[in-house]
Ligand binder design. Structure first.
Ligand code: NAD
Length: 507
């Protein structure tokens, strides 16, 4: 169903955005965009040709000549307008997102909203892109810095946040004076396109934002293109590592936010009900397809007796199409993803973990064709088991035990991933020790999904991230600009008759 499709299916086509125009691709390679709750074909997405990739980059390169000199206020006002348009169209955007991605409507609004926060941040660019000045670094000599845009930048995004993650990228890149080529996920490009249309409506000039669709070939073309200066990637560790290596070799600045295996620690002094509610929401929300989903919970000491409560509450969650009122989780993105998740559950059993709750093949009224897995819980999970060693990216929660906090911290630090983590405790001392000793980018204290707002930057450690700077926030201003230092002196009479100075010192 999700394999590249022939052009016989009568669904609308997703357009490319090149030079300010929505254009039909001339490619012969198309893929269906499928509603994961119903298998309805919503649209066909093209795999752009090399000429189309080149045209998008060329249009961004041309637009950069004027965009880089556009006044700060003019750039900022576009994002003020864009945030208003996103708010006005929130319901439509969420409905589109739910149709193609599967998450529930309230969660889809959350997806758009977290991106909207970055658009609001981009509207404050005047305060963010300031340089520094030092007077009299030598007599009568001043040095200042300017943060200049790089040129054409590109973004490659995953399927799981088709609104938030494109909005992590193009608003900040464009607000800082760059032009942009976006390559959305081929699995759910429709809401991303709608956001780009709103961006055009908000006043982004032709060529400043371009969109090309596709998969491996288009991504490789972006990595290799000589006119692209920087790439922001969000997706799996395997693809992100490839993008980082290939694009770095081509001389580009690259940041890759990648896969995860996020652990939560539950201390025996934690508030039981609130902790269990928080962890189950983070494990099963969006059907476990968040890069910040909690996929492993470490119960410390007496908390190991709480497994029955985890199971009972997880069993009560409502699985349905994302449009069903009161649904807690929807389907996984594709038939292939469903097969993969079910395969992991089978392997978990084979490899000796205890299947406390089996969510395979639930019967969902009104959605008998959907890619559904209900909440699934394993206990007795250990490193070496596939369900622990790999990112499942589905509604499967692994439970492991630890004798004390030190042991739990060591266990987490031994896992190669370092995206997010959380501790549930009422002890300030335990929380402080955890936040200091844990080697993970995003740390939550009694908070299960600690994604920072754009006053900060998204972080990540070890296998979850390549590149020094995070997306959005202060760090991304540095990512999308290069610092130039200007050292200046204005001659006056006191410098007359100084003669020729052949030393490097400034006086
Ligand atoms: P993915 O890596 O399969 O795809 C990401 C992008 O890469 C897509 O645009 C896709 O078209 C492209 N791509 C896929 N295969 C490719 C290949 N062989 N060569 C070149 N490009 C290729 O990821 P996904 O399945 O769409 O998203 C889920 C993954 O993203 C999970 O691993 C999740 O943890 C991760 N993720 C990470 C973060 C973060 O901030 N750390 C956020 C969201 C998602």
């Amino acid at each position: 169903m999700n394999a590249p499709a022939s052009s016989q299916v009568l669904a609308p086509t997703v357009k490319l955005l090149i030079g300010g125009q929505l254009v039909e691709s001339k490619t012969t390679q198309w893929r269906n965009v499928v509603n994961p709750a119903t298998q309805e074909v919503l649209a066909r997405v093209p795999f752009a040709t090399p000429d189309e990739v080149h045209a998008a980059v060329a249009s961004a390169k041309e637009a950069f000549k004027t965009w880089r000199k556009t006044p700060i206020g003019a750039r900022a006002r576009i994002f003020l307008k864009l945030q208003q348009l996103i708010r006005e169209n929130m319901k439509e955007l969420a409905a589109l997102l739910t149709a193609e991605q599967g998450k529930t409507l309230p969660d889809a609004e959350g997806d758009v909203f977290r991106g909207l926060e970055v658009v609001e941040h981009a509207a404050a660019i005047g305060n963010l892109q300031l340089g520094e000045l030092a007077n009299n670094v030598a007599s009568g000599v001043d040095t200042y810095t300017v943060l200049q845009p790089l040129g054409v930048c590109a973004g490659i995004t995953p399927f799981n946040f088709p609104a938030m993650i494109p909005l992590w990228m193009f608003p900040m890149a464009i607000a800082t004076g760059n032009t942009f080529v976006l390559k959305p996920s081929e699995q759910d490009p429709m809401v991303t396109m709608r956001l780009c249309e709103l961006a055009l409506q908000a006043g982004i000039p032709p060529g400043v934002l371009n969109v090309i669709h596709g998969g491996e070939d288009v991504v490789n073309a972006i990595c290799d293109h000589k006119d692209i200066k920087a790439i922001s990637f969000v997706g799996s560790t395997k693809v992100g590592t490839h993008v980082y290596n290939r694009a770095s070799l081509a001389g580009k600045r690259v940041q890759c936010m990648m896969g995860a295996k996020n652990h939560a620690i539950v201390m025996p002094d934690a508030n039981k009900e609130q902790s269990i509610n928080a962890i189950l929401g983070a494990a099963f929300g969006a059907a476990g397809q968040r890069c910040m989903a909690i996929s492993v919970v470490m119960l410390v000491g007496e908390a190991q007796k709480w497994i029955p409560e985890f199971v009972a509450k997880a069993k009560a969650l409502k699985v349905s199409g994302g449009t069903t009122p009161g649904a807690d989780l929807g389907p996984v993105i594709s038939c292939a993803a469903l097969e993969r998740v079910e395969g992991f559950i089978a392997r978990g059993v084979e490899e000796g973990a205890k299947l406390e709750l089996d969510g395979r093949k639930p019967s969902i009224a009104g959605f008998d064709k959907g890619n559904f897995v209900a909440p699934t819980i394993f206990s007795g999970v250990k490193p070496g088991m596939s369900i622990y060693d790999q990112e499942i990216f589905g509604p499967v929660l692994c439970i492991a035990g630890a004798d004390d906090l030190e042991q739990a911290i060591e266990f987490i630090n031994d896992n190669p991933n370092g995206n997010g983590t959380a501790i549930f405790t009422q002890s300030g001392a335990a929380a402080r020790m955890f936040q200091e000793d844990i080697d993970v980018g995003q740390v939550g204290i009694n908070l299960p999904v600690p994604v920072p707002v754009p006053l900060f930057s998204f972080t990540g450690s070890r296998a979850s991230k390549l590149g020094d700077l995070g997306p959005y926030g202060k760090q991304v201003v540095l990512f999308y600009t290069q610092t130039k230092t200007v050292t200046e002196r204005w001659f006056d009479d006191s410098t007359l008759h100084h003669g020729v100075n052949t030393t490097i010192s400034l006086k």
